[in-house]
Ligand binder design. Structure first.
Ligand code: MRU
Length: 343
């Protein structure tokens, strides 16, 4: 399996996803500014992958601090963590990982500074490993939920590249493959950044899974012809009531699925649930640069001066979601009650 995130010799090694599928280039990152840039410019993307990157980013912050005093290192980590949190606003995993690293650092601060830094690294590795095992469990749980359904639509990339291994939405395809179960996967191309075409199709194809790319606009049609039996996507933040933010276009998919009576599943680790917000109205939706819409393959596709909006995410209301598949179990409505049980 591809390893999108590694940490070696004090450096964060990231597969540069902007260059996929044509070039596999790894970035070597050892400053907090470069960690910020990699997240903001989407060299690394996908909620869990952003969280793991931020955790290693906090290790880089600690390593960049030359003081021997743990209080100084802690202060530096807090400052750098606040800076990193601004890189992308929607995926909660970013602030979740930074807060967890800072909480651990606060507990460890009585230690010798060298041991302190080792233990900070150990916490980041733990976050990384927990993500991988959560994904595997999500895949196992999704396999049960899907029953005999094999023709599945996914949107954006909630795969290995968006996590650390298996992915969230894609975990079921990989776990299924290990058991000899073959899925037929439809990947929405996912304009404007084409994560479905460039990343999901790339990684599924590389791993021998039957994948067909469709334009985003074709999804409802394939639902109407019976070619799609279920939808499974990842997500960037789930509110306490089950409202879910994911890549722009997910809401359209969910509405089309509800119309066609097709189940709509969200797959995510519990680190993506934000119990501090009661509904999706409180989720900040990132607006990205208009050039992502204006330019396709280095070519401008609309005249200068035309107004453009480029929201990167949307919120699917809980009522359109059949179930949320987590590592600890499958959550059905009413989400207000049932998500709390797993907190
Ligand atoms: O803008 P991106 O590529 O970071 O958006 C990614 C998504 O929306 C994913 O579906 C989500 O982060 C879940 S990844 C397991």
């Amino acid at each position: 399996m591809i390893e999108p995130i590694k940490f070696e010799d004090g450096k964060l090694i990231l597969l540069d996803q902007r260059k996929l599928p044509f070039e596999e280039v790894y970035l070597e990152i050892n400053t907090i500014d470069k960690v910020y840039e990699a997240i903001a410019d989407m060299a690394v993307r996908g909620a869990p992958a952003i969280g793991v990157t931020a955790a290693y980013g906090m290790v880089i912050s600690a390593l960049e601090c030359k003081s021997d005093c743990c209080e100084d290192i802690l202060a530096r980590m807090k400052k750098d963590g606040d800076f990193l949190k601004k890189a992308r606003p929607t995926a909660v995993n970013l602030s979740w990982a930074i807060d967890r690293m800072n909480q651990r650092a606060a507990i460890l601060k009585a230690k010798d500074p060298i041991l302190f830094k080792w233990d900070i690294l150990a916490e980041a590795i733990k976050i990384h490993e927990e993500d991988a095992s959560a994904n595997r469990m999500i895949g196992e749980n999704a396999l049960v939920v899907l029953g005999g359904k094999r023709k599945i639509l996914t949107h954006c990339n909630a795969g290995i590249l968006a996590t650390t291994s298996y992915g969230t939405a894609t975990a079921v395809f990989y776990v299924g493959k290990e058991r000899g179960i073959e899925f037929k996967v439809f990947a929405d191309e996912t304009r404007p950044r084409l994560q479905g075409a460039r990343l999901t199709a790339y990684e599924l194809f590389q791993n021998g899974i039957d994948v067909t790319v469709i334009s985003d606009t074709a999804a409802a049609h394939l639902m109407s012809t019976g070619e799609i039996e279920a939808v499974i996507t990842g997500c960037d933040r789930v509110a306490a009531n089950g409202d879910t933010a994911n890549k722009i276009g997910t809401l359209s998919v969910a509405i089309a699925a509800a119309y066609h009576n097709i189940p709509m599943y969200i797959a995510c680790p519990l680190s993506t649930v934000d119990y501090s917000i009661s509904s999706g109205k409180d989720i900040v939706i990132e607006e990205r640069d208009s050039s992502e819409v204006e330019i396709i393959c280095d070519k401008r596709v609309l005249p200068e001066g035309i107004k453009v909006r480029n929201p990167a995410f949307d919120v699917t209301p809980a009522e359109l979601i059949t179930a949320i598949i987590t590592e600890k179990g499958v959550v059905y409505p009413p989400y207000e009650n049932n998500l709390r049980i797993l907190e």
